[in-house]
Ligand binder design. Structure first.
Ligand SMILES: C[S@@+](CC[C@H](N)C(=O)[O-])C[C@H]1O[C@@H](n2cnc3c(N)ncnc32)[C@H](O)[C@@H]1O
Length: 327
């Protein structure tokens, strides 16, 4: 199905097409629901259950819409920054959303940003085939032609020819367990300019913490922090995110960690934004090794946190204070 008039773009990026006049129903909606942006797909909002079938916005969905915008605003800033670059203008931007689920995030980003661009592509990566199929159907109905949905695991997608060699932005919103780590590996391989990660629970580190618990308890009183299984899980999650940040810094990214405020429906609201600087931090790599050593997790250096070979000093930085401040 072709893009409907009501689905035409209204974004004002540097490559944005001229916004079409909002159709009558959108104007009416703007009065009852000022949160809805001009040009935003009403059909999409209904599909996402943000609007009821009658096109109404209730208290709950108003909150949901605010949350989605909140995350989108972080991502929009990054996309606008990339659009100003030469590559962004020439070939359009590429974004891969990992553990896409129903692809809410991808659809919103496409609707509010990519739709208005002449080029660019969003890839949704998801292992559940029925969700992939549904997303394909919805994209076809909405006329969102530059969206693809791949029935692959995040790890498989890094090797897949269905994705380009380079990807500008990687997102992973509550991608389960180690899928966030796979998304980081994917981003590194694809030389992503930005990674936007809201991690889910991760069991891998907790498992390794458990394996070495007795040894850790005999070695340090700090092991009390993860003695009880519930604490092992919580500490595992916390340590995992700290390790991810150090790893990204060691691989040439600047990292900021904030809270995804307003994300009340989830306990997992840590937002990690990594910006490629091309300057691997040697101090972060050392800190990563130290933390792994301290927690008895050094085996992960061979698997999850393979550090880049840092040659000479030209491209690296030893700014340890910066490292500490961002995590
Ligand atoms: C909690 S849902 C989040 C969905 C969506 N990102 C959101 O926030 O609404 C996690 C999704 O990740 C998918 N998933 C889990 N592990 C995956 C993997 N290794 N590769 C690809 N998808 C994965 C699951 O099937 C599920 O749909």
């Amino acid at each position: 199905m072709k893009t409907k008039k009501s689905d035409r773009p209204a974004h004002s990026g540097s490559q944005a097409a001229t916004p079409s006049k909002p159709p009558a129903n959108a104007q009416a909606l703007a009065v009852i629901a000022p949160e809805i942006r001009p040009g935003q797909s009403i059909e999409l909002l209904k599909e996402l259950h943000i609007l009821t079938r009658e096109g109404k916005l209730n208290q709950d969905s108003r909150r949901k819409l605010k949350q989605v915008y909140h995350l989108f605003q972080f991502i929009e800033k990054l996309l606008l920054e990339l659009l100003d670059s030469k590559a962004g203008q020439e070939r359009g931007l590429t974004l891969a959303d990992h553990g896409a689920g129903k692809s809410y995030l991808g659809f919103i980003i496409y609707d509010l940003f990519f739709k208005a661009q002449k080029a660019g592509h969003i890839y949704g990566v998801e292992t559940r085939s029925e969700l992939v199929q549904k997303s394909r159907e919805l994209a076809a109905r909405l006329g969102f032609e530059r969206m693809s949905f791949l029935n692959l695991s995040v790890a498989e997608s890094a090797q897949s020819e269905l994705l380009p060699e380079g990807i500008d932005v990687v997102t992973a919103l509550h991608a389960c367990d180690t899928a966030t780590d796979d998304a980081i590996a994917f981003g590194l391989q694809k030389r992503a300019k930005f990674m936007v990660l809201v991690p889910c629970c991760q069991a891998e580190v907790a498992r390794v913490l458990s394996q070495h618990k007795a040894l850790s308890l005999s070695r340090t009183p700090l092991a009390e922090l993860w003695r009880h299984p519930l604490h092992t899980r919580e500490m595992g999650s916390q340590i995992t995110n700290v390790l991810r940040c150090l790893y990204l810094e060691a691989c040439g990214y600047q990292v900021t960690v904030t809270e995804l405020v307003g994300w009340e429906h989830s306990m997992k609201n840590e937002l990690i934004i990594a910006r490629h600087t091309g300057q691997p931090k040697r101090a972060a790599a050392q800190r990563l090794r130290d933390v792994l050593q301290e927690f008895g997790l050094t085996s992960l250096l061979e698997t999850r946190f393979r550090l880049p070979e840092v040659q000479g000093s030209g491209n690296t930085t030893d700014n340890a204070s910066d490292t500490v401040a961002t995590v």
